[in-house]
Design a protein around this ligand. Structure first.
Ligand code: THG
Length: 264
């Protein structure tokens, strides 16, 4: 599972305040903790600062990479902010995300085309949020084919079928995981990823629902996740589910995690 650490997001109070105060040390602590907990990418999101988003996102990337030798996932719908962050990023980042929304698509595709960056393809279009598996597959099909035509490798594409709250529509859970299954079957060598905490919005015991939903999604082939890597239970569930799903040869990963005290 490719783990994308979600915690450097300006919509979280402490992070928003740290950005405004230019408190690099506070950001760097959160980056280091997530990295140590196994995050492959550190997501950076300054989306609440609409006008200053490009400046702040670039500052986040620089602050993170002063202490982490690893890539960021640049999380913004704004191509200008993504460009500003890319200008200072060392190594090869992940772009989070391109979608079928016209402005986002047209401005981002030239930036991504022909590069070796990993890219999340979010199943969203100007027609609004997808509801069914078919809605998601239609958008995924267009996005994946366009990315391939623009010389992005299949293995660098992560389709995000878009998790929406179960409290709004009780079919949103199954429509999401069935979309994961079909996308993984249809495009050989592709990845899927999502921020799955939206599933539990408006319900009690959110961490419990998120952990269970993660296990269900892993059984359908989900292999990327934007999560809180400091949530030990979530990380333990991911490890166990992947081992049980046959993605852990000789159970080595499970045994190693056990010996490192990560499973209890
Ligand atoms: N898809 C893609 N990108 C995304 C999302 C997605 N980026 C943003 C979001 N959704 C995923 N990121 C977050 C970041 C923080 C939180 C939720 C989603 C969050 N965190 C808890 C908090 O602030 O209290 C802390 C985590 C915890 O304690 O468990 O709410 O869907 N492509």
């Amino acid at each position: 599972m490719i783990i994308i650490g979600e915690l450097i997001n300006a919509s979280r109070k402490a992070i928003g305040a740290a950005i405004e105060a230019r408190d690099a040390a506070a950001i760097q602590k959160v980056a280091e903790d997530q990295h140590a907990a196994g995050a492959d990418f550190i997501d950076v999101n300054a989306g609440i600062f609409v006008k200053k988003e490009p400046e702040y996102l670039a500052w986040l990337v620089q602050s993170v990479q002063e202490v982490i030798d690893g890539p960021c996932a640049i999380d913004s719908p704004n191509p200008k902010a993504i460009e500003a962050a890319l200008a200072v990023h060392q190594g090869t980042p992940m772009i989070n995300s391109i979608s079928l929304e016209k402005e986002r698509y047209e401005n981002l595709m030239p930036i991504i085309a022909g590069t070796d960056m990993q890219v999340i393809a979010l199943c969203m279009s100007d027609d609004g949020m997808p509801k069914t598996v078919e809605d998601r597959l239609k958008i995924a099909d267009k996005l994946v084919n366009a990315l391939l035509q623009n010389n992005v490798k299949m293995e660098n594409i992560f389709v995000d079928p878009l998790v929406q709250p179960l409290s709004v529509d009780d079919t949103f859970g199954t429509e999401f995981i069935n979309a994961v299954e079909q996308i993984m079957q249809k495009f050989e060598g592709i990845h899927t990823a999502c921020g799955l905490s939206n599933i539990s919005y408006g319900l009690p015991l959110r961490p419990f629902l998120n952990q269970t939903f993660m296990v269900m999604a892993i059984t359908k082939g989900l292999d990327g996740a934007i999560v809180n890597p400091l949530d030990k239970k979530m990380m333990a569930n991911i490890t166990a589910a992947e081992t049980l799903a046959g993605k852990d040869s000789f159970c080595m990963n499970f045994l190693q995690a056990f010996r490192a005290g990560k499973l209890d």
